[in-house]
Design a protein around this ligand. Structure first.
Ligand code: KDG
Ligand code: MG
Length: 402
C-alpha cells in the first residue's frame, strides 16, 4: 500500500485551515490537520516542500516508522512547525489504516473505554451578567462543563471574550491586534466573577478558567487559593509553561487542579510536569503534539502519574483534529475532559464529519478511519486570508505573554 500523492490544502471557511491529504496507489485517502494558528503557511510550506516529496512511494501502513523517519530524519527535532507537520502525516496514515481495516480509528487504538467523550464549552461575556447568560446557554445545550471567561474592566481586548459567543477566534487581523494586561486588575476582578457563576449554577456544573499564561507562579498561587471555594475542575495555563520546574512553587500553595499543554509540541515539553505530578491535566493535542501516535505516548506517561488528558479543542483546530482527538479520548484509560469549540457552518460544510454532540458528550461515530472528509470544491471557495494572533503589553508598554 504505497503512497501515491500527498497534497496540502489551505482553505479559509471563516478561519484558515491547513489539511494534508494522502492518497495511496489503490485510491484510499487519509486526512491530517496541519493548522498552526497565525503561522499556517509555514507548516504548509514545510509539508509541501520537505515532506510530501519523501512520502511518495513509502508504505502507508508503516505509521510508526514514518513518524520516526520524519522526526529523526529532519535532524532539527521538535518545535511547533515540525511537530504539526509530522502530526498531519501521522493522523492521515491512521485514517488510511482505519479505512483499510474497515474500522473507526478508536477500535485500532484498543476500543472504547467509555460511552462518550465529555466536552466543555467556552462561555464568555463582556461583563458578569452576560457571562451568566452564556453559561446558561451552554448548560441548556447540554454541556456539563463550561470554561468561564469575562472581560476585566480596564483591560482592552480581554482574553477569551468574543463577539460570536459559540466560537472564539483570536486571530482576526493581518497585523496583530494589540491587547493590554494588568495583573492587578485581573486578580481583583476574576475570583468574584467566578464566584458568581458558582453561586448561580450550583455545585454540579463543572467550571474551568483559562489564564492564558499571564501570571507568575506566586501570582497564580494567589489566584488558585482565591478560587478554591468555587471547586474549579481546572485552572488552565496559569503561567508561561516554558519552565517546567516553575510549577513546583504554584503546587506548594494551592489545591486548585492545574491544566497545561496546548502550546506543547512533544513529550519533552511536559515530561517533568507529569513525572513530578505538578499538573492534573495535560492539554496537548493531536495536531500540535505529533499526531495520534505521539499523543498516545504522552497520555500513557501521564496515566502512570495520575495525570489525565484535557486536549485543546479551540476553533483553530479543524474538524479533522477534533475527530482524531475524539478517537484518542474514547480509547485511553486516563481521559479527563475534551475542549469543544464549535466550528462555523461553512467549516462544517468543507469538512463533513460523523462526530456528533449529545448530552454534553461527543462521539466520533463508527465510520472507518477518522470519519471526516474534505470537500475540495467547497474548500476552493474560501481562499487563504492572512490573520495573526494578538500580542499583549502591560499598561506601561512592556511586552507581556498573550
Ligand atoms: O490559537 C490560539 C488559541 O487556540 C488559544 O488562544 C485558545 O487557549 C485557548 C484555548 O484553550 O482554547
Ligand atoms: Mg487555553
Amino acid at each position: 500500500m504505497r503512497i501515491a500523492q500527498a497534497e496540502v490544502v489551505v482553505t479559509c471557511p471563516g478561519r484558515n485551515f491547513v489539511t494534508l491529504k494522502i492518497t495511496t496507489e489503490d485510491g484510499v485517502t487519509g486526512l491530517g490537520d496541519a493548522t498552526l494558528n497565525g503561522r499556517e503557511l509555514a507548516v504548509a510550506a514545510y509539508l509541501s516542500e520537505h515532506v510530501a516529496p519523501v512520502l511518495v512511494g513509502r508504505d502507508a501502513s508503516r505509521i510508526e516508522d514514518t513518524w520516526q523517519y520524519l522526526f529523526q530524519g529532519a535532524y532539527w527535532r521538535r518545535g511547533p512547525v515540525t511537530m504539526t507537520a509530522i502530526a498531519a502525516v501521522d493522523t492521515a496514515l491512521w485514517d488510511i489504516k482505519g479505512k483499510v481495516a474497515g474500522l473507526p480509528v478508536y477500535q485500532l487504538l484498543g476500543g472504547a473505554c467509555r460511552d462518550g467523550v465529555t466536552v466543555y464549552g467556552h462561555a464568555n461575556g463582556d461583563d458578569v451578567d452576560e457571562l451568566l447568560e452564556q453559561v446558561a446557554r451552554f448548560r441548556d445545550l447540554g454541556y456539563r462543563a463550561v470554561r468561564v471567561q469575562v472581560a476585566v474592566p480596564g483591560i482592552e481586548h480581554s482574553y477569551g471574550v468574543s463577539r460570536d459567543k459559540l466560537f472564539y477566534e483570536p486571530a482576526d487581523a493581518a497585523s496583530p491586534t494589540q491587547a493590554t494586561w494588568s495583573t492587578q486588575r485581573y486578580l481583583s476582578f476574576v475570583p468574584n466573577a467566578i464566584g458568581r457563576v458558582r453561586e448561580e449554577f450550583g455545585p454540579e456544573l463543572r467550571l474551568l478558567h483559562d489564564v492564558h499564561h499571564r501570571l507568575t507562579p506566586i501570582e497564580a498561587a494567589r489566584l488558585g487559593k482565591a478560587l478554591e471555594p468555587y471547586g474549579l475542575t481546572w485552572l488552565e495555563d496559569p503561567v508561561p509553561a516554558d519552565l517546567q520546574e516553575g510549577f513546583r512553587l504554584l503546587r506548594q500553595h494551592t489545591t486548585v487542579p492545574i491544566a497545561v499543554g496546548e502550546v506543547f509540541s512533544s513529550i519533552w515539553d511536559c515530561h517533568q510536569l507529569i513525572r513530578e505530578q505538578l499538573i492534573d491535566y495535560i492539554r496537548t493535542t493531536v495536531v500540535h503534539a505529533g499526531g495520534i501516535s505521539h499523543l498516545r505516548r504522552i497520555f500513557d506517561l501521564a496515566a502512570l502519574h495520575h495525570v489525565r488528558s484535557g486536549s485543546h479543542g479551540a476553533t483553530d483546530l479543524s474538524p479533522v483534529a477534533m475527530a482524531a482527538a475524539l478517537h484518542v479520548d474514547l480509547s485511553i484509560p486516563n481521559f479527563g475532559l475534551q475542549e469543544y469549540m464549535r466550528h462555523t457552518d461553512e467549516t462544517d460544510a468543507v469538512f463533513p464529519h460523523t462526530y456528533r454532540f449529545e448530552e454534553g458528550c461527543l462521539h466520533p461515530g463508527e465510520a472507518p478511519g477518522l470519519g471526516v472528509e474534505l470537500d475540495l470544491e467547497a474548500a476552493a471557495r474560501y481562499p487563504y486570508r492572512a490573520a495573526q494572533l494578538p500580542t499583549n503589553r502591560l499598561e506601561d508598554g512592556t511586552v507581556h505573554p498573550w
